[in-house]
Design a protein around this ligand. Structure first.
Ligand code: NAD
Length: 398
């Protein structure tokens, strides 16, 4: 046991380098409360969530387990505590989910390691084979800057750049809250291909085909991966940029996997387009934090704002739980970003965007909400947590 200590947030731009165990546990409890209130316990029996420790993946884990009563397997890559140094937020989130699972008589297993590797896939598959029934839900929610190809050993790094032509946009400097102008450079062909290697559908397909060939997918199994479209305002950095190319690949992979699962187990593999929200991954994208701050302002005022847990509860309720037919767009995608892309919302966002500057950013956008939510991700500023209370950082994940 490490000496209990008072932990304060150490934020460097879009990174927070520590986390608070009690704050992370309180976040997980809040999500569990929402999932339980909305859930239909008993619907999903066995779920695998790849990337289930933070963001959309954590909400997927909480929803399938605490909302639908699933036995769950989580795969993530989180930093353990080391001496007096706190673990990463995802570590504490998963630790809290395990404690609550036990209290609710739910079964959760976690594998902490590189989901892109053959070793972790083999470990997860060996564990799943010991389960009494196959998976009826598989969620793929990895967000990573790097992937080592398991067959060649070559490392690929994803980049957040424009494709075709550079572009200039307003952006928020997260260090001093100034609205600045950033120029986003054009990616080389190599950088585009690397980003597709990391964030495209190749690894998801490896997972799904391995699970299929081992007979681990139940009849009518539903698999989902998350994508983003967003408004024209962010197209150059997102949808038409390098990350957008990766998402196009992910979406094409979904269509191929959907046909395979349909033919082999009568199942589905779909992409769900989610809303822009503050997560560790999204905070790192230039332009996006200012867009999210503006979007939050408009959606909160309109009463249509949702966080990851509300988005995922809705996704499973309306599209993924057994017996429900998913509603798809013309490109076979589920759209839970409908409220973000509501034309009225986007018109209001554009009006604010045109005038936002360093002087008015706190009054015209919800940058304060963005910053609070960012701190919340790491367990800081979470309502109900006594931060004056020293805490032990040495919390086991399982
Ligand atoms: P996040 O950073 O909160 O979560 C990433 C997860 O991936 C974590 O559980 C992490 O442990 C895991 N992970 C990363 N590398 C790993 C590895 N090598 N092995 C095992 N686990 C690993 O990210 P997020 O924003 O929730 O993103 C999840 C997905 O949702 C991504 O596909 C993202 O593009 C998509 N999405 C996000 C948004 C948004 O606004 N945040 C919107 C739409 C879609």
């Amino acid at each position: 046991m490490a000496t209990p200590q008072i932990i304060t947030a150490r934020i460097r731009g879009f990174l927070c380098v520590n986390a608070h165990p009690s704050g992370c546990a309180a976040n997980v409890d809040r999500q569990i409360g929402i999932a339980r209130a909305a859930g239909t316990r008993g619907g999903i029996r066995n779920a695998l969530v790849i990337g289930g420790s933070t963001g959309y993946g954590l909400s997927s884990l909480v929803t399938t387990m605490f909302g639908h009563g699933a036995r769950a397997m989580n795969v993530c890559l989180e930093r353990p505590p080391h001496g007096d140094k706190p673990a990463s937020a995802g570590w504490y989130n998963v630790a809290a989910a395990h404690r609550r699972a036990q209290q609710h008589q739910l079964s959760l297993e976690s594998v902490n390691g590189d989901a892109y590797s053959n070793e972790i896939k083999a470990d997860v598959i060996a564990r799943l084979k010991r389960w009494s029934a196959p998976l009826d839900s598989v969620v793929y929610s990895l967000a990573s800057p790097r992937r080592v190809d398991p067959d060649t050993g070559q490392a690929y790094t994803s980049v957040l750049k424009a494709v075709g032509a550079p572009f200039t946009s307003k952006s928020l400097n997260l260090g001093n809250d100034h609205v600045v102008s950033v120029e986003i450079q054009t990616a080389s062909e190599d950088e585009i291909q690397s980003t597709v290697k990391v964030m495209g559908g190749e690894d998801w397909a490896l997972w799904m085909r391995a699970l299929l060939s081992e007979g681990l997918l139940a009849e009518d199994c539903r698999a989902v991966a998350y994508s983003y479209v967003g408004p024209e305002l962010t197209y150059p950095i997102y949808r038409s940029g390098t990350i957008g190319k990766a998402k196009e690949h992910l979406e094409a992979t979904a269509r191929a996997l959907d046909a395979e699962l349909g033919a082999k187990v009568g199942g589905r593999a779909l992409v769900s387009v989610a809303k822009a929200l503050v997560t560790q991954a999204s905070a790192a994208i230039p332009v996006v934090p200012l867009y999210i701050s503006t979007l939050y302002k408009v959606m909160k005022e309109k009463g249509t704002h949702e966080g990851t847990i509300e988005q995922i509860v809705r996704l499973f309720r309306d599209h993924l739980q057994p017996g429900v037919t998913p509603t798809l767009d013309e490109e076979s995608r589920i759209r839970i970003d409908d409220r973000e892309l509501d034309p009225e919302v986007q018109a209001a966002v554009s009006r604010i965007w045109a005038d936002v500057n360093s002087e008015n950013v706190f009054s015209t956008t919800d940058v304060a909400g963005f910053k609070t939510e960012f701190r919340n991700l790491f367990g800081f500023d979470v309502p109900g947590v006594d931060y004056q209370q020293p805490v032990d950082v040495d919390v086991p994940m399982v």
